[in-house]
Ligand binder design. Structure first.
Ligand code: NI
Length: 189
C-alpha cells in the first residue's frame, strides 16, 4: 500500500468529471482503493474521492463516526446512525425531498479552510462495493452531507462552488477562534 499525494484546488483533475469504472473487480481497482484508504487515514479525513489522488475515476470513500451521526446509538443501516468505512464505485445520489440545510465543510483538497454549505437533508444513494455488492442506502444529516461532498468531487465540483455566501469561507483556525465558533468541528473530506 502507499500514501498518495492529494491534489489541491486549482489542479485540473479536481475540475473535470471523472470517468465511470468499467471493471470494478480489476486488481488495479483493489490496489487503488487500498491506497485511498491509507491516504485518507494518514490525512485524518473522513472522506476521499479518487480525483483527489489524481485518479479521474468514480470512486469515493467515507465514514460517519458516532460523534457525527444524528443518532450515535442508532443501529447500523439506520439513516441517522454511524456508518463504517464505505467505498462506493460509480455512485449515484437521489434527493428524497427538497429540504436543505447548511453545515460546515472542509476538504483535503482545500486545506485549512472551511465554509457553510447547503446540502440536501435526505438522500438515497447507490453504488457498487469493491466486492461487487450493490450498496443502496438512505442517509440524512451529516451522512447525507459527506456523500454529497464526495460525489461532487466526481463531477469536478469543490464545496466553495456550492456555497451561497462566500463570507462564511475562512480558515478553520480563525473561525474556531472567533466569538461565534461553529458547533461542529470541521473534518476534511
Ligand atoms: Ni473534499
Amino acid at each position: 500500500m502507499a500514501i498518495l499525494k492529494i491534489a489541491r484546488m486549482g489542479h485540473p483533475v479536481l475540475g473535470r468529471p471523472a470517468d465511470p469504472v468499467s471493471d470494478p473487480a480489476a486488481p488495479a481497482m483493489a490496489r487503488l482503493i487500498a491506497d485511498m484508504m491509507e491516504t485518507m487515514a494518514d490525512a485524518q479525513g473522513i472522506g476521499l474521492a479518487a480525483p483527489q489522488v489524481h485518479v479521474p475515476l468514480r470512486i469515493v470513500l467515507f465514514f460517519v463516526p458516532p460523534g457525527r451521526a444524528a443518532d450515535p446509538h442508532a443501529l447500523e443501516g439506520d439513516p441517522a446512525g454511524p456508518v463504517p468505512l464505505t467505498c462506493l464505485i460509480n455512485p449515484e445520489i437521489e434527493p428524497l425531498d427538497d429540504a436543505t440545510e447548511d453545515g460546515w465543510e472542509a476538504c483535503l483538497s482545500v486545506p485549512g479552510l472551511t465554509g457553510l454549505v447547503p446540502r440536501f437533508k435526505h438522500i438515497r444513494y447507490r453504488g457498487l462495493a469493491p466486492d461487487g455488492r450493490l450498496i443502496d442506502r438512505k442517509a440524512q444529516g451529516f451522512h447525507a452531507r459527506v456523500v454529497q461532498h464526495e460525489c461532487d468531487h466526481l463531477d469536478g465540483v469543490l464545496y466553495p462552488r456550492r456555497m451561497h455566501d462566500l463570507a462564511t469561507l475562512g480558515f478553520v483556525e480563525e473561525i474556531q477562534r472567533s466569538k461565534t465558533p461553529p458547533s461542529d468541528k470541521e473534518e476534511a473530506a
